[in-house]
Design a protein around this ligand. Structure first.
Ligand code: NAP
Length: 258
């Protein structure tokens, strides 16, 4: 399927690895020029080169997207973007009774206020030009809480509320905002969460993974490639009537009727 977005310009944050990288690759596949970001230069440059090899223009900015100065640098390099995919690292696991105010502020900064600030920066231009797509990478924890990821449950639900109200205000100008909710995917983040679970339960990381796979109706972890292509579809011309939705990509793991 031709996604109809070749030649458009996209900003994908936190995109040197994992799900962000998957989204950048799928957008490049559709002919979209990219600005990508992450904090560590080496992997960022590797991903930038892989994208350039696909024939699109790529700007890579090494910066912490959760800081005001990092965002300013990234937004400045990106210029006018038609497509914004927001992403950042997820908060650490822990126990509800142990998180401090600082832990909550850090999670809110990374997983709520950063995507909000990026949208506030990019939406006016999209609306003026009469076309735009925003996809926020959030989490299945928005639909059903994950006990040890209370910081993620809290911060991402705040973002979801902001998107629900804002998506309806920008849609008249041809701009859509949607959230893409990953369940467990085969990335460094998953490996680290499996490592934590293994340590807590006295089993190996492989056992932790097998156990978790058994709880997913699809009986496997998702891949960054399939997640990225789902994101690219939401950014396509065909998805213009999908507004303010929260799309689960979780292999059926979240047990819901709707
Ligand atoms: P990942 O494989 O660990 O990759 C994270 C990417 O984000 C890397 O490129 C990393 O590069 C970059 N990054 C992290 N913090 C950043 C920051 N402050 N500024 C700029 N770039 C930053 O993670 P992932 O699995 O793709 O997860 C992406 C998001 O989806 C996370 O928020 C995660 O919590 C959420 N999620 C993931 C899963 C899953 O199963 N994978 C499930 C649900 C939700 P640098 O470290 O070099 O900055």
């Amino acid at each position: 399927m031709d996604l109809g977005i070749a030649g458009r310009r996209a900003l994908v944050t936190a995109a040197s690895k994992g799900l962000g990288r998957g989204c950048a690759l799928a957008l490049a596949e559709a002919g979209v020029h990219l600005t990508i970001n992450a904090r560590t230069k080496g992997p960022l440059e590797e991903t930038a080169q892989a994208l350039r090899d696909m024939g699109v223009e790529v700007t890579a900015v090494a910066a912490d997207i959760t800081t005001e100065s990092g965002r300013a640098e990234v937004l400045d390099a990106a210029g006018a973007v038609d497509i914004l995919v927001t992403n950042a690292g997820g908060p650490p696991p822990g126990l509800w009774s142990e998180w401090s105010r600082d832990d909550f502020i850090a999670a809110l900064d990374a997983n709520m206020l950063t995507p909000v600030a990026l949208m506030q920066a990019c939406l006016p231009g999209m609306m003026e030009r009469g076309w735009g797509r925003v996809v926020n990478i959030t989490s299945q924890s928005v639909r059903a809480p994950i006990p040890q990821l209370g910081l993620s449950n809290a911060a991402r639900t705040g973002l979801t509320g902001f998107v629900a109200g804002t998506a309806r205000q920008v849609a008249p100008k041809g701009v859509t905002i949607n959230n893409l909710l990953p369940g467990i995917h085969d990335t460094d983040r998953a490996v680290s969460l499996d490592g934590g679970a293994a340590k807590a339960e006295g089993i190996t990381p492989e056992e932790a993974r097998t156990r978790r796979e058994g709880t997913i109706p699809a009986r496997r972890y998702g891949t960054a490639e399939e997640f990225g292509r789902t994101c690219a579809f939401l950014c396509s011309v065909h998805a213009g009537f999908i507004v303010g939705q929260n799309l689960l990509a979780d292999g059926g793991a979240t047990n819901l009727t709707m």
